[in-house]
Design a protein around this ligand. Structure first.
Ligand SMILES: NC(=O)c1ccc[n+]([C@@H]2O[C@H](COP(=O)([O-])OP(=O)(O)OC[C@H]3O[C@@H](n4cnc5c(N)ncnc54)[C@H](OP(=O)(O)O)[C@@H]3O)[C@@H](O)[C@H]2O)c1
Length: 301
């Protein structure tokens, strides 16, 4: 099969689309024919070597966390699925034509949901949901500021926080404020405008998908004993404040993923696709995705 190998840490030239052997499912696993995957910031953080201390990998390795595809083989002990089922999931090694995955990490794609759309959901939707449901745990009426609100994790966090009855503030760049109207947040704030941050009333919680100096500037706006939910690790400045920090690292959750896929099908949760590339164009695709901009980058074999 064709797959993209990361041969060494570095720039996109370390990614090579090449022929490798097709994996075989072990106990509890299925073989999925990939119809689509998407790019996530973690892919280029790994590629560049930024995570090699916390996530040591044996190279070469096939990157990629999202999959939508069709089950083509099943280990004898797997009863949840049958050959031909169309599934999505938070997996590993999805920059490939085929992958093996734990059956328990996969969910059926709801009827009517486009395979391309399904391929961009798993990591970002599970992360956004877990950021709010496990990290922030807002009560109805809590003021929750979501940073990076137009990003894929941020959109999901906004959607889930609203479902919990929170009063949601979308934190975006100044030049994204008009576009952020689609999020239907209760308030929109420009995170790169210090005057707007200065004028922001205290919040009960921060749900952070941006990190760095942006979250440092927002910490004084979090009320005493408030919660910082973050998908980027605890900021060093957090120790200066009487707050609770909840680090969220996305975990597969097939049941929750199936519900989120239903929400996308219903049009309640929107995760737009920005650009599309073929597996063989992975270097251009990562270069493009790394620049930012609205929408997920979809990769098809
Ligand atoms: N902990 C976990 O398990 C986990 C899981 C998934 C993702 N993550 C992390 O979560 C972050 C977001 O992921 P994603 O998939 O949502 O990425 P994304 O779709 O690229 O969204 C990031 C959003 O944040 C905006 N942004 C970036 N820097 C900003 C700043 N200084 N001020 C205001 N807005 C800013 C971006 O705007 P522009 O496009 O204009 O830059 C974009 O709208 C990434 O760092 C990713 O690695 C963590």
């Amino acid at each position: 099969m064709n797959a993209v190998l990361l041969n060494a840490y570095g720039d996109v030239d370390q990614l090579m689309c090449t022929e490798v052997s097709t994996p075989k499912p072990s106990a509890g696993e299925v073989l999925v024919k990939v119809s689509g995957t998407s790019l996530n910031p973690v892919d280029w953080k790994i590629r560049a070597g930024h995570l090699k201390e916390v996530l040591p990998l044996q190279l070469p390795v096939i990157l990629g966390r999202d999959v939508a595809g069709t089950i083509v083989a099943i280990a004898p002990d797997v009863t949840r699925f049958k050959v031909g089922d169309k599934v999505l999931g938070l997996v590993n090694h999805s920059y490939a034509e085929f992958l093996t995955a734990k059956a328990e990490d996969l969910a059926l794609i709801p009827e009517g949901l486009d395979m391309d759309q399904a391929a961009v959901i798993p990591l970002v939707a599970l992360t956004g949901a877990q950021l709010i449901e496990k990290g922030v745990q807002p009560k109805a009426g809590d003021r929750v500021l979501v940073t990076g609100a137009l990003g894929a994790v941020g959109r999901t966090a906004i959607y889930i926080a609203k479902l919990h009855g929170a009063l949601v503030i979308a934190g975006v760049r100044k030049n994204q404020k008009a576009e952020a109207q689609v999020l239907e947040a209760d308030q929109i704030i420009a995170l790169d405008d210090d005057r707007e941050i200065a004028g922001l009333a205290e919040v009960d919680a921060l749900a952070d998908t941006v990190g760095g100096p942006t979250i440092d500037k927002l910490l004084p706006k979090l009320k005493k004993d408030g919660v910082l939910g973050t998908v980027l690790g605890k900021p060093s400045a957090a120790g200066q404040f009487a707050i609770r920090v909840s680090e969220v690292w996305a975990q597969p959750d097939a049941k929750r993923l199936a519900e989120l896929a239903d929400d996308v099908l219903a049009g309640d949760l929107v995760i737009p696709i920005g650009k599309r590339f073929k597996l063989g164009e992975i270097r251009e695709a990562q270069t493009s995705a790394e620049k930012g901009g609205t929408g997920k980058v979809l990769i098809t074999p």
